[in-house]
Every structure is written in structure tokens, then in C-alpha cells.
Design a binder for this molecule. Structure first.
Ligand code: ADP
Ligand code: MG
Length: 474
């Protein structure tokens, strides 16, 4: 005798043979056969979105499978499971077509159906408010026209352009843009999104910070709507996630992102990511995610050179309709080197100062403004610099510090270098180890603990730490 289960299981076998395993797991495993009446099979799907997805992508396959089992009269009825969608079932009664009233919590949908009254939960809208259109969250002021090209960003910029001209269609998938603060990562990825929207208005683009993504995910878990969260992200054509280093240590969010990523990638959708570090230096990000990040292209944004800094300043002044002498532009460009945001900030504050105080923009004014910016910026300390300072302090060569010797004073110098590298740089333990004499991350960890202990117990050693600290912080 045929039962809903037996018919559905046969259908599944057929489906499984015909689609990718990941798609099968995502879209077919969660379905439950509910009942069979004559040639009508009722299946339960987790959300409306699910139903729409099946209809759009798998209806032919399903029809074929079902007809094989039940003959030409076969029909499929979806029952959309409403897992406590809005926290409370009440508002829902209004949304169910009148003929189904009283049939809560399930909504039946006969195919084909063109209009449904319920909706996919979109984490960007307040539940219950109709809004199926996904807002891209893009800032149109960040575009390619005003992202000035220079040696430091040429690769990233042109990869970004290529991706936005052919989303999902290049080998730059994912495209990972990495680099220090204020070097234009956010600007560049918005530009990609804006350009895609321009060229392909029908594509769904979404920009989101990793922080917001994490928050939405946590909320979805609390509200018991994790599946809808995932499904929402799986329908995006171009997903842009800013500052993925924020996901470090957040295993739940990494896990969900992994699944979303795989789904998008498999379906030829574009993923664009930014991070403040290269994938090799990311800490507490699962290996399987890191390996995905490396599938496409990682392009670095470096510090712009002098010429690029001048063009960025001139462009900014031009857009704001302000003229400033070449001498002052040159002064600002020469003195602010590491961060485009600060470069812009100095110019903005210069313009503001001059217009508030009705002062002319003089080189003196420029100096006082730039001074404030440069002073407020903590100097970036590199691992090389740390090794140099520590070696000088102990009057040895850097090569001695890095050597394999176990002589006590050399070991201590090496451990101090590792300790300061951990303290003053963002580098990972592994990366510190490899730069300080090719040691592994465990050695660096051990060094940090030893320095901590010794500075408690050993007065002389504490003096070393204090002296050296001063050299790195002034
Ligand atoms: P990040 O996300 O890397 O911290 P942002 O994208 O926020 O940096 O950039 C900081 C500021 O510098 C923004 O106002 C951005 O418009 C500007 N900027 C960065 N790079 C460029 C560039 N190449 N051309 C023009 N403006 C830039
Ligand atoms: Mg940013």
C-alpha cells in the first residue's frame, strides 16, 4: 500500500540522483511527508520561502518524480509550517486566506499559487511588516568614480570592478579585500555593490557588517527563526560582508555563515568580504572558513603613496568646492601617510577651522591641525621594529636574537620580542613565531606567559619590560 512516506521516499531517491548533494540537504531533507489522499501528496515545508524556492527551482523535478510514483493525476500540496513565526500566533490569523481560517498553525497552499499572504521573515524588517523587497544597505556616495586609483589599491580596485561587472562570473569568488583601518575597504565594497545595482538592477545585493550579521543571527536563534535567517541570506545574489575579522571566536555565527557561503557559492552567487588582516593572519576563524576565503582572490589595500594621497586630497577639495594652496596640500599629504580616513579628516577639520574662525587656511593652521592628527594616531609598531629595538637594548644582532641558541640572555631577549609583538601588533601567534626565528605559535604563547611570570618574580626582568615598553609607546 502506498503511504505518504513511501511515495515521498521514492521521490527523494529520484531527486537525490538529479541534484547536488548540498542542494538536496538544504532543500529536501527538511521536508516532511504529511498525508496522501488519492494522488495528492501533502508535504510540509519549514517556511514560505522554502515553498517559493522549491517552486522556482525544483518544480519540474518534483513533478517528474511525483508523476512517476502516482501517475498523471499526481498533485502536490504544500503545508507551510509556521514555527511560531511572530512570537505569537495571533496576528497570523489575519494573514491566512479566509478559506483556511481555523487551520492554524499550518497554512496549506495548493500549487500553483501566485499570491500568498504570509511572508518570509526578513531580519531587516520588523516582523509582521510587509516588505519583501530587500534593501541593499548601500551608500551611493561610495562609488568607483570617487575611489581614486593608485599603486596601493590597483589590484583590489580592478578585481572589484571585474566582480561588479560580472557578479559570480569571475574566479574572484569570494573576493576578499583586506588592509588596515581607513584604507578604503568599506568604500570599495560599497562601490562594488553600487555598480552591480547600476548594471543589474534585478540582482539582489546586500551590504552588511559582520557585526550586524552576528547580531541578527543571535536574534534569530532567540526567536527560533534560525532557518528563516539562513534562507534569507541564501537568496542574495551579491552578499557583501564587511569586517569579517569580527567573526573571530564566534563559532555559531561562523558555522551559519559557512553554510550560507557554500550555498551562495554553489549557486554562482557572488560573495565579497573585507577584513583587517590577510586570511593567514586571522585568529580564531575556523579552518574550513579560512580555506573558503582562499578560494577566490585576496587583494590587499596598502597605504597610498604620496601621489595618490595628493589626488585623494584634491578630489575631496574639488567635490567640496574648496580651494587650498598646493603648499598646504603637499604639507598634509607628506605628514599623514598611513590612513586615508585621517587624511580626509585633517582636510575637513582644516576647512571647518578656517570657516568657523574666519581664518584663512595658512600653513600654520595646517601644521596645528595635522599635529593633532598625527599625535592622536598611535604609531604602528611592526614586528621587525620590535626585534630591532629589543636587540639594540640587549646589544646583540637581530640574527642572534632569532637564532636557535638556548643561552639564557638570548632566550630572554627573544621571549621579550615575542611578548611585545603580541602586545603591540595585531599579528597572530603563528605569524609572530614565524617572523621571530621561525618558531611555532606554542613557543610564542609560552614566551608571553614566561615574560608575564618573570616580571612578577624578577626585579631585573621587570626593569627590562618597563624600559622596552617606553620605547614602544612614545
Ligand atoms: P576602511 O573600511 O578600510 O577602514 P573606509 O572605506 O571607511 O576604510 O575609508 C576611509 C575613508 O577614506 C573614506 O571616507 C573613503 O571614502 C576614503 N578613501 C579610502 N580610500 C580612498 C581612495 N582610494 N580614494 C578616495 N577615497 C578613499
Ligand atoms: Mg570599514
Amino acid at each position: 500500500m502506498l503511504t505518504a512516506e513511501s511515495v515521498w521516499n521514492n521521490c527523494l531517491k529520484f531527486v537525490k540522483d538529479n541534484i547536488q548533494i548540498q542542494a538536496y540537504k538544504t532543500w529536501f531533507e527538511p521536508i516532511k511527508p504529511i498525508k496522501l489522499e488519492d494522488a495528492v501528496l501533502n508535504i510540509q515545508v519549514p517556511s514560505k520561502f522554502f515553498y517559493e524556492w522549491l517552486e522556482e527551482h525544483y518544480i519540474k523535478l518534483l513533478k517528474l518524480a511525483l508523476t512517476k510514483e502516482l501517475g498523471d493525476g499526481a498533485r502536490l500540496v504544500y503545508i507551510i509550517k509556521m514555527e511560531n513565526t511572530f512570537g505569537n500566533l495571533k496576528p497570523f490569523t489575519e494573514k491566512i486566506p479566509s478559506q483556511y481560517k481555523g487551520n492554524i498553525p499550518s497554512q496549506k497552499v495548493d500549487i500553483p499559487v501566485t499570491n500568498l499572504n504570509t511572508q518570509l521573515r526578513n531580519p531587516f524588517v520588523i516582523p509582521g511588516i510587509k516588505n519583501l523587497k530587500i534593501e541593499s544597505q548601500l551608500n551611493a556616495n561610495y562609488n568607483f568614480d570617487n575611489f581614486l586609483e593608485g599603486d596601493a589599491n590597483r589590484l583590489a580596485r580592478s578585481a572589484g570592478l571585474a566582480v561588479s561587472n560580472k557578479p559570480g562570473g569571475t574566479s574572484f569568488n569570494p573576493l576578499l579585500i583586506f588592509g588596515g583601518v581607513g584604507l578604503g575597504k568599506t568604500h570599495l565594497v560599497h562601490a562594488i555593490g553600487v555598480n552591480v545595482k547600476d548594471k543589474f538592477p534585478e540582482k539582489t545585493v546586500l551590504y552588511i557588517s559582520a557585526e550586524k550579521f552576528t547580531q541578527q543571527y543571535i536574534d534569530s536563534v532567540k526567536k527560533n527563526s534560525r532557518n528563516d535567517f539562513i534562507h534569507f541570506y541564501q537568496i542574495i545574489d551579491v552578499l557583501i560582508i564587511d569586517d569579517v575579522q569580527f567573526l573571530s571566536g564566534k563559532t555559531g555565527t561562523q558555522d551559519v555563515f559557512f553554510h550560507i557561503f557554500n550555498h551562495l557559492h554553489q549557486n554562482g552567487k557572488q560573495v565579497v568580504l573585507t577584513s583587517d588582516k590577510a586570511p593567514v593572519d586571522m585568529q580564531d576563524i575556523e579552518q574550513r572558513l579560512l580555506s573558503r576565503f582562499k578560494w577566490g582572490l585576496s587583494a590587499e589595500l596598502q597605504q597610498p603613496n604620496y601621489e595618490t594621497r595628493v589626488s585623494i586630497l584634491k578630489n575631496k577639495l574639488f567635490r567640496d568646492g574648496v580651494t587650498i594652496s598646493e603648499e598646504i596640500i603637499d604639507y598634509v599629504a607628506k605628514n599623514i601617510k598611513t590612513n586615508v580616513r585621517e587624511l580626509e579628516g585633517a582636510i575637513i577639520s582644516l576647512i571647518a577651522q578656517s570657516s568657523f574662525n574666519r581664518k584663512e587656511i595658512t600653513i600654520e593652521l595646517a601644521k596645528s591641525v595635522v599635529d593633532k592628527f598625527v599625535k592622536n594616531t598611535k604609531r604602528e609598531v611592526s614586528i621587525d621594529y620590535i626585534q630591532k629595538i629589543v636587540s639594540e637594548y640587549f646589544q646583540m644582532d637581530v640574527s642572534t636574537l632569532q637564532s636557535k641558541t638556548r643561552k639564557r640572555h638570548i632566550v630572554q631577549a627573544r621571549q621579550l620580542a615575542m611578548f611585545f609583538a603580541k602586545k603591540y601588533t595585531k599579528a597572530s601567534l603563528a605569524s609572530i613565531g614565524s617572523q621571530i626565528g621561525h618558531r611555532d605559535h606554542a613557543t610564542v604563547l609560552h614566551a608571553c606567559k614566561t615574560v608575564d611570570n618573570l616580571s612578577f618574580t624578577d626585579k631585573q626582568f621587570r626593569k627590562y619590560v618597563e624600559d622596552l615598553s617606553k620605547k614602544f609607546t612614545v
